[in-house]
Design a protein around this ligand. Structure first.
Ligand SMILES: Cc1cc2nc3c(=O)[nH]c(=O)nc-3n(C[C@H](O)[C@H](O)[C@H](O)COP(=O)(O)O)c2cc1C
Length: 187
């Protein structure tokens, strides 16, 4: 099994990356492969991630808070990825995490979670909302509660992935996706 973790920061190895690394550790300890990808919103990187999502079992969206929202880079990336790979996401396991100096975390998580919810993903949770605080990786390392949140999230995600795998082996298939009804509020 494999989980893709997207880092939507301009900084390839900053605070968001630090948080994602903490989510990845318990996944790896459970025998699940992980790959942290810098989500630069070029068509090339989007296509690479889309290809990987065909076979991946889980997806973690990570973004710093920029102006009380996800980074513009992450929103652009996800808008493109939803078009390119939305069909590969239903009934896979998803989670969203964020990093901030201080505020805007819950609004950021709300935006990121919408991509997971629309695509019928099974959303893993932790023992708090999935955020770390800091302006540098060293500061994030001091946020012991934030690190625990990421760790517990990774553990819970691993458990859900194994439950789904066990279910499949025992004949419990995911529901068949229905054709989408879109009424645009008019007709
Ligand atoms: C353009 C920009 C806007 C930011 N806006 C906020 C904000 O609204 N609230 C906040 O708490 N931190 C804000 N920050 C700080 C970052 O969220 C924080 O440093 C984060 O941990 C950086 O993660 P990264 O190292 O993965 O980029 C902002 C940073 C930048 C560069």
């Amino acid at each position: 099994m494999k989980v893709i973790l997207l880092n939507g920061s301009r900084r390839e190895q900053g605070c968001t990356y630090t948080a994602l690394t903490e989510v990845a550790k318990p996944l790896q300890q459970s025998g699940i492969d992980t790959e942290i990808i810098h989500a630069v919103p070029t068509d090339e990187v989007v296509a690479t991630v889309a290809e990987k999502l065909k076979t991946a079992d889980g997806l973690v969206l990570g973004s710093p808070v920029y102006w009380a929202s996800p980074s513009g880079e992450m929103v652009t990336f996800m808008d493109k990825l939803a078009a390119a790979a939305g069909a590969y996401l239903p009934h896979k396991v998803g989670a969203a995490v964020t990093s901030a100096r201080r505020a805007g975390t819950t609004a950021t998580l709300d935006v990121l979670n919408k991509y997971l919810q629309y695509h019928q993903m099974i959303i893993a949770s932790s023992n708090y909302w999935n955020m770390v605080h800091g302006n540098t990786p060293a500061e994030v390392q001091q946020d012991k509660e934030g690190l625990q949140i990421m760790h517990v999230l990774g553990q819970n995600m691993a458990w859900i992935l194994k439950c789904i795998e066990a279910g499949k082996k025992n004949g419990i298939a995911a529901p068949k996706s229905e054709p989408k009804v879109m009424t645009n509020f008019i007709r």
